[in-house]
Ligand binder design. Structure first.
Ligand code: ZN
Length: 466
């Protein structure tokens, strides 16, 4: 008998974490961070609901922090075993966990300075760089489509989820005294319409499927108009004699934007003189994407370059990478004719805020939002049309023109989720995770009506046996 307990991303979209127990073996699927506001993030400092010292293995679906971000804390809390993931995920983790750790340590240092002045006791960081190194040392790279045995009786196999570079659908084949069982965990499923990534692979049999439902309640807008919208914004900005700012996530969205700009450039539709990628993390991740060209969609790549294996400068010659903060600050003096891609994607941190400070109040400038803007972020205020915003504590009037590009998402939409689920041969038990309750409820109903699948939506901390 195998037991699966849902410890995170149960009726929510972050904190992915599920525990499989079988014949004395304990395997953790993902160890994600809670994200979305102070209250959610406070949970990241709480003790784990299981003893990390008693785990035998961790299997990681992909590098996004809501799936991987608590791994350093897991090691700090005594875990010493392997972390199975793809090699690309391991390399992505090196970038993302280090970045997250330095932000966390900076926040703690800031808070302690305040506390020292107030005569209050200092707080301890939840983990440090050493714990990040432990995670990386314990990563075991598993290629797609190869079987690895975990402690004798569980076999691990990765399919390509095509969500971000290195992302995997996890299959665990369990040999127990009572027979064989198969668990499939979708991880985050990619959007087949997205550029650069291929289409998520289908799996055809399982006893239990743990499936994500982030967009269980809707389909995405089609990609067709997105390139047109972007091209129009660039032309308009050029006529207006202003800059174009593009707030973008470092993983995925930044590389997609470079690709789209490359396509437009090839069509002679980029009038700007320079494109700055002003994001150290975005630059590192872009390098990683070019290292793993074979994981990307060859049909898409053909649109920008006849030859595979090229770096983005080969299809976007005016691209300038700015890693140093001095180079970044020098961009502030340019008033016209450039495109600036910078993070964070929702403008709640990062270098984009400096560029907003210099451009948002100028009516000749344009801001292009390619990503989702969560409630409570500066990006959300801007796309919702707020006329006055605060940046670094100062008031700014929003005079720049704001464009929101539809079409982009790294997640499968509703129809694509149903398509993925339809490939499993019954009987298969479905459990929906990684989605807001409303989205999961709609997906649950669609699965029932369209495919006759009675999926369940587990609550946090509940278990199933199979
Ligand atoms: Zn993800």
């Amino acid at each position: 008998m195998a037991k699966l307990t849902f410890w995170g991303a149960a009726q929510e979209v972050t904190g992915s974490c599920h525990l499989l127990e079988t014949d004395g073996l304990r395997i953790l699927l993902d160890c994600g961070m809670h994200q979305g506001g102070k209250q959610a993030e406070r949970r990241n400092g709480e003790p784990f609901p299981f003893d990390p010292r008693h785990l035998d293995a961790v299997v990681l679906s992909h590098g996004h922090l809501d799936h991987s971000g608590l791994l350093p804390r897991l090691f700090k809390s005594g875990y010493k075993g392997p972390v199975y993931c793809t090699e690309a995920t391991r390399n992505l983790l090196a970038i993302m966990l280090e970045d997250a750790a330095s932000l966390h340590l900076r926040d703690v240092e800031w808070e302690n300075r305040r506390r020292r002045r107030a005569g209050k006791p200092e707080i301890q960081p939840w983990y440090d760089m050493e714990d990040v190194l432990h995670v990386l040392e314990h990563c075991v790279g598993v290629p797609y489509h190869e079987t690895r045995t975990i402690n004798g009786h569980v076999q691990l196999y990765f399919y390509d989820a095509c969500h971000i570079i290195g992302s995997a659908i996890v299959e665990l084949r369990i040999d127990e005294k009572g027979g064989h069982k198969k668990l499939v965990f979708s991880g985050d499923l990619g959007n087949p319409d997205a550029v650069l990534m291929k289409d998520p692979e289908f799996v055809t049999d399982a006893d239990v499927v743990l499936m994500e439902g982030t967009y269980g309640d809707r389909d995405h807008r089609t990609m067709d108009n997105t390139l047109e919208e972007l091209g129009d914004a660039l032309e308009q900005a050029s006529r207006d004699k202003g800059n174009v700012l593009i707030p973008a996530f470092a993983v995925g969205r930044t590389q997609e934007m470079l690709f789209h700009l490359g396509v437009l450039y090839k069509q002679g539709r980029v009038p700007q003189q320079k494109v700055f990628l002003d994001s150290p993390m975005g630059i590192e991740v872009t390098r990683l994407y070019t290292e793993y060209m074979d994981l990307l969609d060859p049909e898409d790549l053909k649109q920008v370059s006849a030859k595979l294996g090229d770096d983005p400068k080969s299809y976007l010659p005016m691209l300038t990478l700015t890693e140093d903060s001095e180079d970044s600050m020098a961009i502030n003096r340019i008033k016209d004719g450039v495109i600036i891609i910078a993070g964070s994607g929702m403008c709640n941190g990062g270098r984009i805020r400096h560029h907003l400070k210099h451009n948002i109040w100028r009516s000749e400038c344009h801001i292009v939002f390619p990503g989702f803007q969560a409630r409570g972020t500066l990006g959300r205020q801007i796309v919702e049309g707020d006329k006055h915003v605060k940046i670094f504590g100062a008031d700014f009037m929003v005079r720049a023109k704001v464009h929101t590009l539809g079409g982009f998402s790294a997640h499968a939409g509703q129809s694509q989720l149903l398509e993925w689920a339809s490939h499993f041969k019954p009987p298969t038990r479905f459990y929906l995770v990684h989605g807001e309750p409303d989205a999961l409820a709609v997906l649950q109903q669609k699965l029932q009506v369209k495919l006759g699948i009675a999926a369940e939506i587990p609550a946090e901390g509940t278990s199933i046996v199979f």
